[in-house]
Design a protein around this ligand. Structure first.
Ligand code: SAH
Length: 354
């Protein structure tokens, strides 16, 4: 494995230190930072930097961290799913969804995950490692270039959702650094309101996030209206109660002014009954939030199934009648292994990586 550091992991201030060490004037750091954030993959392309400096940088650093191993495009809706190869041979996945308000990319924040949610494919083998900020950036730059090159010249990636494999709040510092970098006006300049972080509910880090002065949208994977049921499907439910999560979400809303979204994956006979719908309505009734309902994506040897269309509609209408702001998430890319971690698993099964 190439052990050179990835220059995408660095902030502008850190690049300024590197440039200073090289005996170069400080303004070079800005030039390099700007080049990196246009998505260049070689120092050779930095044509306002001296040949000598480019060579020295090339000897010390790599740019990137991910490369496209496989890409599948849905025939139904244009959703593109990328399998990315990391430098150490690990594989992650990322999805680009062509929404009317701009392309939205779903990123991975870890290889694997240690949260153990029973319905999720990404956590089956546990956590392998955290992704670095540069590996998260590289997912965006690589997909952005691919989108601009091949499909839609005018519209690159406009929105980011941290909903791929991994628990973003379990890789807190790297995720925060990534968000600063992707938001940087000298780079992709993605607005905080176009960034969503999804969490299974690590309460202390939700509070910490509320203090970052980074008003991104918080999405809470709730999936159950009470502790007893939540613990059965999400082990993290034994550590933080539903009430702790709702309190932390209210606090996040109060501090940032950003409305919180609750994710609720409907699993037949588990959490999709009228009882749960009424319980959820009561729980969230006086909170100005948003509920996003999605029929569970059944995973291979998983035990959870989607309910009927009627049962989904019934669940939604109970919430609506209670005055809850609810939407049904579009099920994009079902023909290309839509659910979290599924593409990677099917790829690894068909082509063992040595
Ligand atoms: N760890 C974070 C983000 C990654 S999972 C979190 O828990 O939020 C992103 C979202 O996909 C979460 O809401 C998660 O609960 C949901 N998800 C995972 N597997 C799913 C499946 N099989 N069907 C439907 N949603 C799923």
């Amino acid at each position: 494995m190439d052990i050179k550091p990835n220059i995408l992991d660095y902030s502008l201030v850190e690049i300024e230190h590197i440039v200073k060490d090289m005996g170069q004037p400080a303004f070079r750091a800005k030039q390099i930072f700007k080049w990196l954030h246009t998505g260049v993959t070689s120092f050779k392309d930095m044509n306002n930097i001296s040949q000598h400096m480019r060579q020295e940088l090339d000897g010390r650093f790599i740019i990137g961290g991910v490369e496209i191993l496989q890409k599948l495009v849905s025939k139904n809706d244009g959703t593109a799913k990328y399998l990315f190869l990391l430098r150490d041979g690990n594989i992650i996945e990322s999805v680009v969804m062509p929404y009317s308000y701009g392309n939205t990319q779903c990123l991975s924040t870890q290889v694997g995950c240690r949260m153990g949610c029973r319905f999720c494919a990404s956590t089956r083998e546990g956590l392998v490692r955290n992704l670095t900020p540069g590996e998260m950036l590289s997912q965006v730059f690589t997909a952005n270039k691919d989108v601009l090159d091949k499909e839609d010249r005018d519209r690159g990636i406009k929105n980011i959702v941290l909903m791929g494999s991994g628990e973003p709040l379990d890789n807190y510092d790297n995720v925060i650094k990534f968000i600063h970098l992707i938001h940087d006006p000298m780079g992709m300049n993605i607005s905080y309101r176009n960034i969503t972080l999804s969490t299974c509910g690590l309460v202390p880090n939700i509070i910490k996030l509320a203090h970052e002065d980074m008003p991104i949208t918080l999405s809470l994977s709730l999936h159950a209206p009470n502790d007893e049921l939540r613990r059965k499907i999400m082990p993290i439910g034994s550590k933080y109660s539903v009430h702790d999560i709702i309190d932390a979400s209210r606090y996040y809303f109060k501090e940032t002014g950003r409305r919180v979204t609750f994710e609720y994956a409907l699993m037949e006979g588990v959490n999709d009954g009228e009882k749960e719908a009424f319980e959820l309505s009561k729980l969230l009734g006086d909170f100005d939030c948003h509920v996003n309902v999605i029929p569970v994506n059944p995973i291979e040897d998983g035990m959870y199934r989607k309910g009927s269309r009627e049962s989904v509609e019934r669940f939604i209408s109970i919430l609506r009648r209670s005055g809850i702001n609810v939407t049904k998430r579009r099920e994009l890319g079902s023909d290309i292994n839509g659910a979290c971690g599924q593409l990677k698993r099917s790829y690894l099964k068909s082509k063992p990586i040595t």
